[in-house]
Design a protein around this ligand. Sequence first.
Ligand SMILES: NC(=O)c1ccc[n+]([C@@H]2O[C@H](COP(=O)([O-])OP(=O)(O)OC[C@H]3O[C@@H](n4cnc5c(N)ncnc54)[C@H](OP(=O)(O)O)[C@@H]3O)[C@@H](O)[C@H]2O)c1
Length: 345
Amino acid sequence: MAGMMRQVVLAAYARGNPRPSDFRIEQVPIPEAGEREILLKTLWLALDPLIRFSIDEKLLSGATHMQLGEVMFGPTVSEVVASNHPDYAVGDFVEGRTGWREYAIVAPDRSDYRGPPRKLDPGLAPVSTALGALGGPGQTAHEGIVTVGRVKPGETVVISAAAGAVGSIAGQIAKVLGARAVGIAGGPDKCRALRDLGFDAAVDYKAADFADQFKAALPDGADVYLDNVGGDVTLAVLPLLNRGARMPMCGYIAYYGVGMEGPGPDHLPGFYRHIMAKGLEIKGFAGIFAGQKGLDDIAGWMKQGKIRFPEAVVEGLEAAPEAFASVFSGNAHVGKLLVRVADKA
Ligand SMILES: NC(=O)c1ccc[n+]([C@@H]2O[C@H](COP(=O)([O-])OP(=O)(O)OC[C@H]3O[C@@H](n4cnc5c(N)ncnc54)[C@H](OP(=O)(O)O)[C@@H]3O)[C@@H](O)[C@H]2O)c1
C-alpha cells in the first residue's frame, strides 16, 4: 500500500509528569508486508499509565526502556489490510502492541510480545473493548478483585483511581460478587459517573472535605483496598482499613513521575505500623494473571448487563500526546481512555 503515514516518537525523556512536548509526530512511508508478515491499520490506541516507566531517562526496574526517536509503544486494535500469513486474512481485527502509529508491520511467527496478535470477534463486543474491559485493564481488575482481593459478599471494597480503566471495571466486579463498592476519584463529575455505574459511594479526593466524606462513606471501615494510586490517597485509606484487610497493590500512579525515590517526607514508618498492627495482607501484582478465565467472566457479566464498559475517546493520532499527559495531570475522562486513530477500512 503506497503512501505516507504518521507516527509519534519520543522526543524527550519525561521529567516528572509527561508533557505533550516530550513527543513528536513524524511522516514516514507506509511499510510493505514481506513474507509471512501482515500490514495492520491502527483503529484504536490505548494510553496506559505504565508507559510512563519506559520514557524515563533512567532505566526503571522491569520497564522497557525507550530510546529517543523511537516510536512510542502501546496496545492497539487494528485491522489487517494486507496479509502474507495464512492465519490472518484481510479484514480481520486484531489486538497487539504496535504502538502510536497509523500502520504497522507484524511478523506473527516472530512476534515476541505475548505471542502473535490476538484475533478479535467483533460479534462479541465492540473491538475497542479488547483494550479495556475485555483486555489488559479488565484482566487486571479481575485479578485485583477476584484472585488477589478474594472479595466476599457483604464486604466493603475501596478502589482508588476508580474512574479509570481498571477501577471502573473493578468496582462493578465487586458489586457482582455481592460486596459494597466505594470509589475514590478526582472531581464531582467522575464521582457521579461512578455512582451511575453502580458504585455504592464515590468520594472526590480533590474536595476540601475529602477526609470527612471518606469516613462517612465507610461507616464499617474497609475489608479490601484495590490500590491503583499510592501517595496521599493511600495514606487516607490506611487508617480506615479493618483488621486483616487485603490490599491488592495494582499501581502507584501518584509516584510514576518521581523515579525510585519519592520527594519525601518518608511515610514508611506509619505504613509499617498499619501493616503490623492491623495484620494487613498486601500483595503486589503486575502483568496479566487471570488469563482467559478473567476475560470469560467479564464477557459473561457484560452479556447479562451486569458490567458496563465506559470508554473515553479522543480523536486522531495527533491527540495522543496531550491525552497521555492528562492521565497524570488531571482529566475528565471516565473509563478506558482511547485514541480513535482511524475508522475501519
Ligand atoms: N498491576 C498491573 O498489572 C496493572 C495493569 C494495568 C494498570 N495498572 C495500574 O493501575 C492503575 C490504574 O490504571 P488504569 O489503566 O485504570 O489508568 P487510567 O484509566 O489511565 O486512569 C488513571 C487515573 O489515575 C488518576 N490519577 C492520576 N494521578 C493521580 C494521583 N497523583 N493521585 C490520585 N489519582 C491519580 C487519574 O484519575 P483522577 O482524575 O480520578 O485523579 C487518572 O485518570 C495505574 O496505576 C496503572 O499503572 C497496573
